[in-house]
Every structure is written in C-alpha cells, then in structure tokens.
Design a binder for this molecule. Structure first.
Ligand SMILES: *Cc1c(COP(=O)(O)O)cnc(C)c1O
Length: 463
C-alpha cells in the first residue's frame, strides 16, 4: 500500500500553466533533440524532472526579499545578510557567494589541486569531477559497497568507505591527496545520506594525514533530516544543531544553493577559519572569474532570496513534506515491483534502469532508454545517471562502466503535487509492462570531450 502523502505546508499563490504534447509530437521532439534530454525545450515537457537544481518555487518572503535586494557593487546589505545567514547556519566564519556550485569548485579546486594530485570523494557529482580534472588532478570515488546494490535497503548508503579511503591515501601518498570531498547527500548514489558518524570518521582520517576536507553541501538540509530520522545519537537534536555538527567536521564547503537553498541561482564557498591562507586565493580567483567578493556573480536580489531560502530549507515541516514526496512516489513503485535505489533518498527517485532493461548493455545506456521512454509515454523529462553520464576514461578514452544505471526522477522543490507524482508512477508502470519488448538502446554519434551528457547526440541502435 502506498504511503500517505504528507500535505503541503504552503498554499499556492501563483501558477505556471503546463501542457502535454501528443505522443506523435513528443516522438518528433525527442528525435530533433538527438535523444538528449538537455536538447528538449522546457515548454515541451509536461513534468520536468531533469533536475531539482534551480527549479525550486520561491516563497512570498523570498519574492519580497527580491524587491529589497541591494545592488551595490561592493558591500551590499544583501551580502551582509547572506553572510550572516551562512555564519549562523553553518558556523563557518568566511562565507563567499558565487553564482552556482560549479563556480565554487572552479574558484576553490585549483588552489588545492594540480597535476599529479588526487581528490577522493564518497562520490563526485559530474561537474565536481570535471573541475578536479580541469585542475589537472584525478578524481576517485570511494563510496560504501552497499550503495552499489540498489535493492539493498540500508541507512546511509551515501557514506564514504573509510577503510578504502585510508588505503587510497597510503597507496597514493598523503602528500598527493589534495582534497577529500564529502558530498552530502550523495547525489550520484541516489541522494543517499551520509551519517554524522561517517563524517566524524572521515574528518579524523583527514586530520591524521593532514588533508583538507571539503563538504560538497548542495543538499545539506535533506542530509540533516535523514540524520535526525535514522541516527540514534541525533534523535533529540534540532535540524540546525545537526547541521552545525555536520559542518564542524569539514574545513570548507562548496555549495550549489540551487538545491536546498531553494533559489533559482546561487552558490556559496565557506571556510571555517577566517585566518585560513586559502581566503586570499579564493578572493583573487573570485574577482577574476565570478565578480567582486561581496557578490560573486550574483545580483543583490539573488543574495537576498538565498539568505531567506537557507532558513526555509531547514524548516522541519518543509523537510517532512519534501522527503514525504519521495517516500510517496517510492512506495507507489514498491507496489508495482519497480526497482530503485532504496531506501529512497532526498531529492528524487533513482529508478534502476538496469533492472528494468536487463537485456540492454551498459554501453547502450539503459538509464537513457528509460528516460526517452518516459518522455514518449507522458512528457516526463528525467535523465541518465549511469554510464552515459559517466563518460570516457580521461586517460584511455574508453567508455567507463558505471556502478549503476539509473534514470533519475529529480523532484523540484515545492513545485509538483500528489497528482503529478501519480502520473509519474503510472507512466513507469506502463513502461515496465512493455519493457521486455525494448531490445536495444542508444549509441553516441557525436560527443564533446568533457561533460558529454549535456550535449552529446545519440541515435537508437537499430534492431
Ligand atoms: C548541483 C551540484 C553541484 C554543482 O552545482 P551547480 O549549481 O549545478 O553548478 C555540485 N555538487 C553537487 C553534489 C550537486 O548536486
């Protein structure tokens, strides 16, 4: 039986019309887009689950904040409000706005990484991996084994494998590990949370070997919710106390605020210690690439909306509703026997496309197959988180074989209703019923050298 839907802790004041194209129109549109989800127009998608990033609905308070944005080039009051919110929530002294998460990576990573260096993470998000590589270093994923088995229900499947982390440090030499990155929640493993205990252990290892620890904090609030729900020692702590505790284990954070910050654009870098020698280098890179360090590529109004959104994102009622949406959709898939990364994570349902299409090999991209089918079925746009996204080995150019082949249904915050979630579940059920008749996937006909999934052209492999 499906879970009870947690009602929205808000009402709707403004609406945005959407429409569904006919099946024939959808088939034409996806072909024109070279079977790349990023090539579709937003208006041609009925339910857009491509990402939960920047697709959030802002509150009346945030919109009111937009009107109060201070657009001073240097020292805007909106910057000071954002800085105060960041200092209060995370407990870090230096708070640097940037325009989004990858900007934080671009500004920070070259300061810590270079040729011959390695960065180790519980799992790198795609742009994070790209910025490690652009800095000349190599990225190594080090997630716990159970994350690789979508059917295995275990708490904290986003955790770092601490034993393997220490082995990697010894194998490559501590002096060559420029950075350890803790991604909370673990996006690529299915929005799976990281436990406070795991963060503590990773922090101890980093201290032992004198390696800086960066928290990739896009979904810090969702992570805190899971920690409170599932970690015994945290049951009686407030979400804010848990967040303070999580961040106390890092030295710095890079954050895409387009997720739990509940804004449409924005990012942050945080440095715990205001005397850190990193800060001058960050300011220099920020001024070159992003903008003066009191706005970092954001308008004053964006900083104002973010200062408010950071607090709305850690509200208990909001988080219960937010994770409740995931649990509702996941429970409908349970009823239908559709496999996904379980238990469901924080920002979406990661459907196990390899389980739905066991006949399709990784190099024909099962996650992409399910994405295209969802679009054809009901105008739903999702994306592949699998071998198609992972791409080629930067040294050999060979297609990599991902640990999983997911189709990610990322749920935008405060945007879709229970009825929309039902349409998504019904579409997946209809596809599952005919999955056995789909025998081939896709081949790439053109691809750029890095972050190919955003731009590549694909075509169906002929029967
Ligand atoms: C989204 C995301 C990023 C990159 O942020 P952008 O705002 O998209 O540039 C980095 N890491 C994680 C874990 C993310 O989810």
């Amino acid at each position: 039986m499906a879970n009870k839907y947690v009602p929205e802790p808000f009402r709707i004041k403004m609406v945005e019309p959407i429409k569904m194209l006919t099946r024939q129109e959808r088939e034409e549109k996806i072909k024109e887009a070279h079977y790349n989800m990023f090539g579709l127009k937003g208006e041609d998608c009925y339910i857009d689950l491509l990402t939960d990033s920047g697709t959030n609905a802002m509150s009346s308070f945030q919109w009111a904040g937009v009107m109060q944005g201070d657009e001073a080039y240097a020292g805007a009051s909106s910057y000071y409000r954002l800085r105060a919110a960041g200092q209060d929530i995370f407990g870090y002294q230096y708070i640097q706005p940037v325009h989004q998460g990858r900007a934080a990576e671009k500004v920070l990573f070259p300061v810590l990484l270079g040729p011959g260096k390695f960065a180790v993470s519980n799992m790198f998000f795609d742009t994070t991996r790209a910025h490690v590589e652009l800095a000349g270093a190599r990225a190594i994923d080090c997630v716990v084994e159970e994350a690789k088995n979508p059917a295995k229900r275990a708490p904290f499947k986003g955790n770092m494998d601490v034993k393997k982390l220490e082995e990697l440090i010894l194998e490559h030499g501590a002096e060559n590990i420029g950075l350890v990155v803790m991604t909370i929640t673990n996006n690529s493993a299915g929005g799976q949370p990281v436990s406070l205990e795991n963060m503590r252990q990773v922090s101890q290892i980093c201290k032992k070997y004198n390696i800086p620890l960066d928290i990739d904090a896009a979904r810090f609030a969702e992570n805190a919710y899971f920690v409170k729900r599932d970690e015994e020692e945290c049951k009686n702590m407030s979400i804010k106390e848990i967040i303070r505790c999580m961040f106390s284990y890092g030295d710095m954070f890079t954050m895409s605020a387009k997720k739990d910050g509940i804004v449409n654009i924005g990012g942050l870098i945080g440095i715990k210690d205001e005397k850190s020698p990193l800060i001058l280098k960050i300011k220099a890179n920020c001024i070159s690439y992003e903008g003066f360090y009191t706005y970092g590529g954001l308008a004053g109004r964006d900083m104002e909306a973010l200062a408010i959104g950071l607090y709305e994102g850690i509200n208990d009622d909001y988080l219960e509703y937010r994770i409740g949406q995931m649990e509702y959709l996941a429970s409908r898939l349970d009823d239908a026997g559709i496999a996904y990364q379980s238990p469901v994570g924080g920002h979406g349902v990661f459907v196990d496309a390899a389980a739905m299409f066991p006949q399709i090999p990784y190099y024909e991209f099962p996650g992409q197959v399910l994405g295209v089918e969802l679009y054809k079925e009901a105008g739903i746009r999702a994306c592949d988180i699998g071998s198609y996204m992972l791409g080629n080995d930067p040294d050999t150019g060979k297609q990599l074989h991902a640990d999983f082949e997911f189709t990610r249904l990322a749920i935008p915050r405060r945007v879709y209703t229970q009825a929309h979630l039902d349409i998504i579940a019904d579409a997946l059920i209809a596809i599952k019923e005919r999955a056995g008749q789909i025998n081939h996937g896709y081949r790439i006909t053109w691809e750029p050298p890095i972050l190919r999934h955003f731009q590549a052209h694909l075509e169906p492999v002929q029967q």
